[in-house]
Design a protein around this ligand. Structure first.
Ligand code: PMP
Length: 432
């Protein structure tokens, strides 16, 4: 099989995610034969560094032998069982471990099978918890420029017009309060004041605020100060509004702490995790919440009070085995500490981008780096040019608009960092 043969077979039968399929008349579609470490290898034998961790999921490299073996062991024991009325060892162990690792006070785990579904769970639970306390709060608040997934509820609380506009008539009620416009404390205060103003006038209608702590991923890797999380937590407490932390992307060490909320020392009412949860192996998500929220649903049978939400693959045993193996690696390899070395190395290397005239800003939070370009219009499609340059030179970069970013698996070596960052540098320079 060659790349070309597989590309033609694929385009006959597949419709790819987040893609204008006509682009593939000119844009290559790359069939991947195998993957190991940070590398993806295609059917023509060409290798690419996966600088975006395959949509931000992979933590410890592809076909990691430790995770592989744990999944194989599980496969011969129990592949899946319904999680209503039944349970299994992997899901219990995973829940026990997450509760120890997560911000203090999160004591119950509810599972789903992808990030968007996790967000749906948190939104529904928040609304339902208020309802069980005889309050009807139909409104959700999110930050401008936020992204929380593609299902109707998750899309409703997002604010990236590209994904949302078309479906506007279908969406549930949400309003946006400004995200801090930069990392400064001044911008932090300004945004917090706006949120407080909104709460003053409409708190009785608001169920929850949902936010991506510290870094807005699909919002072009926009970053803000951790103090904003502290202030939002205080405001939520004052007005009886839930705080939903969507750590689908930033969770599991991406921002430098295991969970981004921990850098601000706050506990949300709901913490949504997915992506890195299984090390990037299998679809799984979990919503952690407090005993207080849990208690609002706990009563003698009443069909309106129980949380009657389910997905067929909720708490899948193979996915939970992958998640437990992922947590083993965090423990075994002192990953958070090692990442600090890699993050510092990337930070040093990023400074050379300052000399390029088409750079608007350079940002970094932990293991997430972003370089924003300036002087281009949307129709220039420079993201596509950088993407293409990266592929030609063996690096998978996937810019978001005019923002080139790196979010590599944690096992990336410093030499591989050099190759990844130097290729992006040359790509950006080639645009001048
Ligand atoms: N929330 C955030 C912050 C995300 O980045 C994403 C996915 N990129 C989601 C939710 C949705 O997750 P999924 O794609 O697994 O549905």
């Amino acid at each position: 099989m060659t790349n070309l043969e597989l590309k033609n077979r694929d385009l006959d039968v597949l419709w790819h995610p987040c893609t204008q399929m006509k682009d593939h008349e000119t844009l290559p579609l790359i069939p991947i034969k195998k993957a190991y470490g940070v590398y993806l290898e295609d059917f023509d034998g060409k290798c690419y560094i996966d600088a975006i961790s395959s949509w931000w999921v992979n933590l410890f490299g592809h076909t990691n032998s430790y995770i592989n073996n744990k999944i194989k062991e599980q496969l011969d024991t129990l592949e899946h069982v319904i999680l209503a009325g039944f349970t299994h060892e992997q899901v219990i162990k995973l829940s026990e471990r997450l509760i120890v690792l997560a911000p203090n006070g999160l004591k119950k785990c509810f599972y789903a099978d992808n990030g968007s579904s996790g967000v749906e769970v948190a939104l529904k639970m928040s609304f339902h918890a208020h309802k069980n306390s005889s309050k009807e709060r139909k409104l959700f608040v999110s930050l401008t420029n936020s992204y929380h997934g593609e299902t109707i509820g998750a899309l409703s609380v997002g604010d990236v017009k590209l994904y949302k506009d078309t479906y506007e008539p279908l969406l549930i009620q949400s309003i946006q309060t400004p995200v801090p416009k930069d990392m400064s404390l001044e911008a932090t205060m300004e945004a917090a004041n706006e949120f407080e103003k909104l709460c003053k006038s409409r708190a009785d209608e608001i169920s929850a605020i949902i936010l991506e702590p510290l870094v807005q991923g699909a919002g072009s890797m926009h970053m803000y100060h951790k103090e904003f999380l502290v202030l939002v937590r205080e405001i939520c407490n004052r007005y009886g509004i839930h705080l939903i932390a969507d750590e689908v992307m930033v969770g599991f060490g991406r921002t430098g702490e295991l969970f981004a909320c921990q850098s601000a020392n706050i506990t949300p009412d709901f913490l949504v995790l997915s992506k890195g949860l299984t090390g990037g192996y299998l679809p799984l998500s979990v919503v952690l919440t407090t005993n207080e929220i849990y208690a609002q649903f706990y009563c003698d049978y009443n069909e309106h009070k129980a949380f009657l939400h389910s997905h067929s693959y909720t708490g899948n045993a193979l996915a939970c085995a992958a998640a437990n193996a992922t947590l083993d690696l965090f423990e075994r390899d002192d990953v958070i500490e090692k990442n600090r070395v890699t993050a510092r190395y990337m930070s040093d290397k990023l400074s050379k981008f300052k000399e390029l005239k088409n750079i608007a800003s350079i940002r970094q939070t932990g293991m997430i780096c972003a370089i924003e370009l300036k002087g281009y219009k949307a129709e220039d499609r420079i993201g596509l040019k950088v993407y293409q340059y990266g592929l030609d030179n063996g690096v998978l970069l996937r810019p978001l608009g005019h923002v080139v970013y790196f979010m590599p698996p944690y096992i990336i070596t410093l030499d591989e960092c050099d190759k990844m960052i130097d290729t992006a540098y040359d790509a950006i320079k080639s645009l001048l």
